[in-house]
Write a protein that binds this ligand. Structure first.
Ligand SMILES: Cc1cc2nc3c(=O)[nH]c(=O)nc-3n(C[C@H](O)[C@H](O)[C@H](O)COP(=O)(O)OP(=O)(O)OC[C@H]3O[C@@H](n4cnc5c(N)ncnc54)[C@H](O)[C@@H]3O)c2cc1C
Length: 396
């Protein structure tokens, strides 16, 4: 392969083999030109931001990797009213730098997304989310360069079909996010009266507890950011060269979404959240569901465990329930810090959902650990955990 650089040098999991050709775009013009050049060569290509949601195989990647390092945050005149502000941000900006900038300027709406690694351009790819906020609530549109096109076009947030850790971009639509437009709340008018820049209502129990407030309360955005960063640091979920638990791709598995009848078969301690038709803020104890559970459904489910894998969605009309992947992993006997014998990949010592590289692990070691976790959870609960990072040259 042409370049000496390996994905291990450019990804937060620090695994992945050599890159055929690496090009870096620092301006929008460059980005379009480099992309068109790569497409005209008809070779495989891959967009790269901060490499924090990628697991690339040890064989590497033969084609062109376009590293996106474009910068710029603009305040647009298009705000809908005096209490909102519209920003256009270039794809190569670091996401957390953008959050810090918005907090400094008194713009609220993404403060709970503090500390998420990676670039602004990758944020819509999986509709990043944490601590009760998701990109979806503030994203208005993106500028998108379709594979093969000469110029970017505007795509509205609706067209992206954003969902829990997904979008059309994650589902295979090929092209490059050139910039994103966000509508945030400008706290200036309110601040003039209250003297404080209050954030959006707190939408996550653990964050509310850390702030000593109730869910739904409003708290100064700088405090929200501080608190989220502290919570994330305690879980190894902020990139920190001094913390080996942060050598990861964040959460390795998404929380499974299953039909209500599947959720009913789990032990009462299993955390769960309704996602349809309406998502309650609190976890619903199994006892509430169990009173309506026919024994037949339970037995049928147990029987199905022996022969098949549970489909995440069972019927159009059945309410959907989100389960905790971390809980399922722990209850299948896998503890924090666990690693397979002789492997240099291990579960984070701070968070069961993160798979970490404890030093020079290969992608194959991370994959073996991921498969082991999947198999344990499937054997115990019949549910197949799905990986959150984008996999290149590897399969689970
Ligand atoms: C410690 C840690 C904590 C994390 N916590 C969270 C969290 O709380 N919530 C959350 O949602 N995620 C989290 N993540 C995952 C990750 O940070 C996000 O998914 C982030 O948006 C990835 O950005 P990136 O620039 O690093 O993307 P990369 O890893 O570089 O790329 C990811 C995917 O997006 C594509 N891509 C990148 N840039 C573009 C572009 N401009 N146009 C088109 N496609 C593009 C790539 O081709 C690839 O398919 C965490 C990761 C780590 C390491």
């Amino acid at each position: 392969m042409g370049s000496d650089i390996r994905f291990a040098d450019l990804t937060t999991l620090r695994v992945g083999g050599p890159i055929g050709r690496l090009v870096t775009a620092t301006t929008q013009r460059d980005l379009v030109d480099l992309a068109r050049e790569a497409w005209s060569a008809d070779d495989p290509w891959l967009a790269l931001g901060g490499g924090s949601n990628l697991l690339v195989g040890d064989e590497g990647f033969e084609g062109t990797v376009i590293r996106i390092a474009t910068k710029g945050i603009e305040v647009l005149p298009a705000a809908t009213d005096e209490a909102s502000v519209r920003l256009r941000v270039q794809a190569g900006e670091t996401w957390d730098d953008l959050v810090a900038w918005t907090v400094e300027h008194g713009y609220s709406g993404i403060e709970a997304l503090s500390g998420i690694p990676g670039s602004v351009g990758a944020a819509p790819v999986q509709n990043i989310g944490a601590y009760g906020q998701e990109l979806e609530t503030t994203l208005v549109a993106i500028e998108f360069l379709d594979e093969g096109a000469d110029t970017p076009r505007r795509m509205s947030a609706d067209e992206l079909e954003l969902g829990y850790r997904t979008s059309v971009l994650k589902q295979g639509m090929r092209g490059i996010v050139v910039s994103v437009e966000l509508d945030l709340h400008d706290t200036a008018p309110e601040r003039a009266v209250l003297g404080e820049a209050l954030g959006r209502p707190i939408g996550y129990g653990q964050l509310a507890d850390a702030l000593h407030v109730q869910q739904g309360d409003r708290v100064p955005i700088a405090r929200v950011r501080e608190s989220v960063l502290a919570l994330r640091t305690a879980k190894g979920m902020v990139l920190d060269p001094a913390d080996p638990d942060s050598v990861s791709a964040g959460s390795f598995f998404t929380n499974p979404i299953v039909g209500e009848h599947v959720a009913r078969t789990l032990p009462s301690a299993a955390p769960r959240w309704y996602v349809e038709p309406e998502a309650p803020d609190e976890v619903t104890p199994l006892a509430t569901l169990a009173s309506a559970t026919p024994l037949d459904a339970f037995l049928e489910h147990q029987a199905s465990l022996e022969t098949s894998v549970i489909e995440p969605v069972v019927a159009d009309t059945e309410p959907l329930v989100k389960l905790s992947a971390a809980w399922l992993i722990e209850q299948s006997g896998i503890r924090r810090g666990f690693g397979l014998p002789g492997s240099r990949a291990a579960i984070s010592s701070k968070h069961t959902l993160a798979l970490t590289n404890r030093g020079d692990a290969g992608a194959d070691e991370v994959v073996q650990l991921a498969r082991f976790v999947q198999q344990r959870v499937q054997a115990e609960f019949g549910i197949v955990l799905q990986p959150e990072p984008v996999l290149v040259g590897v399969e689970l």
